[in-house]
Design a protein around this ligand. Structure first.
Ligand code: GLN
Length: 488
């Protein structure tokens, strides 16, 4: 059977009914990876043996139950998997085998999912194009000359190229939504605190969230039901109730107020993104929503604040990679370390890539005495005001609709040597992380070059259902999921 045009929940139904076996499904997707991935590079590690073994076990079960029973899932290499290499896309963790499994992965497995592999990503999730990965960039399945976005580019490409029906990414400043937009898949960043980060390699702890990629809105909603919820191992998780979002989807938007942040609709938007947004706005109106303009006056500060806070937190989080307890250690056999500082510098100097070093230097500077007040503290203050902007906007509307990025996917090599241009790509996504809001990207159409264009929908804290409903409505109106990259 060809599973490439099936959604995850449909494959699960076939498995539960016993119409196909788990081994059949996993073999099919492992074959897809073998055929397609040499050109796409969406995987850093393929869990061939582990996945086959688990499928065999699932096939032996008398009772076939679980929300994701038998579904292959690709996991971004930021999430620890016991016994399975976890690299964060970095040389410094090239051979790191975690001694424990992230709560998210554990929950997915408890509902029957099978980890098919670890997905490629920008190094330590720092990047917007996947080009900072130590394992080489992942390619956009719609056109191999283009980037899949980042930092969860491998996770987005794996689903887009039908190498896995589902995947998991992390989003600190847009890393789920932007690659979803570039690759034509659904990608969701839940409310801050919804999902446990236990076992997730930390980038910027006040911003990081874990979320799903899928072909359909229903599948993402289903994954959210599984991964969201309080976790004793992560004190930042919220005790908010987790609903059956996938069962409550409604494309009828009657009575819903959709806000369009006027600061997002500027000349910076490319023609294709603007046109797609116009059509999406028309579609939600047709579905009964009331659309009005709202204002987020501090939008222009989002990227500067983000790059101060994210780098500051990263500089602290990444201090643990010292070559002493785990991970890569420089070779000191010929020239022994002069002292501890020399030991650290050589290990970290060789183990981290350029972008990670740039961020550690920036963050260390922003936190250093004499600059702390001017940079870090100021950024935290403006962050608070930015949150207020959103609270005010959500007094007027239920959800916000906006672009995900100024453009659709760009070419490999086009921006990697210009960090500032790369950073400004995050203008529409970082605010949701700074404010802790749920936010997602839903694919809408292809542009004239055949590249996907998505739309971003954000809601107030813990209002995932409203956001998912708007996405569901757009999915019904445009049926993007019926489209697929022609070379794969
Ligand atoms: N592109 C942003 C950055 O480089 C976002 C990364 C992310 O969300 N992990 O920091």
């Amino acid at each position: 059977m060809d599973f490439t045009s099936k959604e995850a929940h449909e494959i699960k139904d076939l498995l539960v009914k016993g119409e196909v076996s788990s081994q059949e499904v996993i073999q099919f997707f492992l074959q897809r990876i073998e055929d397609k991935d040499p050109k796409i590079n969406a995987f850093i590690t393929v869990n061939k043996e582990g996945a086959l073994k688990r499928a065999q076990k699932l096939d032996q079960l008398k009772e076939k139950k679980g929300k994701l029973f038998g579904i292959p899932i690709a996991i971004k290499d930021m999430l620890c998997t016991k016994g399975l290499r976890t690299t964060a896309g970095s040389k410094i963790l090239e051979n790191f085998i975690p001694p424990y499994t992230a709560t998210v992965v554990k929950r997915l497995e408890e509902e029957g999912a099978i980890v098919i592999g670890k997905a490629n990503q920008d190094e330590f999730a720092m990047g917007s194009s996947n080009e900072t990965s130590y394992f080489g960039p992942s390619k956009n399945p719609w056109n191999f000359e283009y980037v899949p976005g980042g930092s969860s580019g491998g996770s987005a490409a794996a689903v887009s190229a039908r190498m896995a029906p589902l995947s998991i990414g992390t989003d600190t400043g847009g890393s789920i939504r932007q690659p979803a937009h570039f690759c034509g898949v659904v990608g969701v960043k839940p409310t801050y605190g919804r999902v446990s980060r236990y076992g997730v390699i930390a980038f910027a702890s006040s911003l990081d969230q874990v979320g799903p990629f899928s072909l359909s809105v229903k599948d993402s909603a289903l994954v959210l039901e599984v991964i969201c919820g309080w976790d004793a191992n992560d004190s930042t998780t919220a005790k908010a109730p987790v609903s059956e979002w996938s069962q409550n989807l409604s494309a009828d938007l009657k009575g819903l107020k959709v806000g369009l942040p006027k600061e997002y609709f500027t000349e910076a938007l490319s023609e294709d993104v603007r046109q797609t947004l116009d059509r999406a706005i028309e579609a939600v109106k047709q579905a009964g929503a009331h659309v009005e303009e709202v204002s987020l006056p501090l939008t222009r500060y989002a990227v500067p604040i983000y790059y101060i806070i994210a780098t500051s937190e990263a500089s602290s989080n990444l201090a643990r990679y010292d070559g002493v307890r785990f991970g890569f250690r420089a070779d000191f056999s010929r020239e022994p370390a002069r002292d501890l500082v020399d030991f650290y510098s050589r290990t970290r100097g060789e183990g981290f890539g350029t972008e990670v070093k740039r961020r550690i230097i920036l963050g260390t500077h922003a936190l250093s005495s004499g600059y702390y007040d001017a940079y870090y503290k100021k950024a935290c203050q403006v962050r608070f005001l930015l949150r207020e902007d959103f609270s005010k906007a959500f007094e007027k509307c239920d959800v916000l609709m906006s672009p995900v990025a100024t453009t659709s996917a760009f070419k490999l090599g086009e921006r990697i040597h210009d960090p500032l241009t790369m950073y400004t790509n995050d203008i529409y996504t970082t605010s949701s992380n700074l404010a802790g809001l749920p936010s997602m990207s839903v694919p809408v159409e292809l542009n004239s070059e055949g590249l996907p264009v998505g739309v971003q929908i954000s809601a107030s804290h813990f209002e995932e259902q409203k956001m998912l409903n708007v996405a569901f409505s757009l999915e019904k109106a445009f049926n993007f999921k019926a489209k697929r990259p022609k070379d794969v």
